[in-house]
Design a protein around this ligand. Structure first.
Ligand SMILES: [Zn+2]
Length: 73
């Protein structure tokens, strides 16, 4: 059975595809610079799963979520 995840953006509640951080609609609102930071920190953590790499990824992930929340009317 496939795991169903919900978008972490507050108030969104859309279904998120496996392996994705958030739903596509929210992800499109994330600025390019933060998107690349999420990819880069995730790649680093995958290859080198240290606590500091995880913290860097989580910081990028939180920045992505905040960037979507800040664009809300
Ligand atoms: Zn969403």
């Amino acid at each position: 059975m496939a795991e169903t995840r919900r978008c972490p953006v507050p108030g969104c509640n859309a279904t998120v595809a496996p392996g994705k951080l958030m739903c596509l609609r929210c992800w499109r609102q994330v600025p390019r610079a933060i998107q690349s930071r999420v990819y880069a920190t995730w790649r680093k953590y995958s290859g080198d799963p240290t606590l500091s790499a995880l913290e860097a990824y989580e910081a990028a992930r939180n920045a992505a979520i905040s960037s979507v929340v800040e664009q809300r009317p």
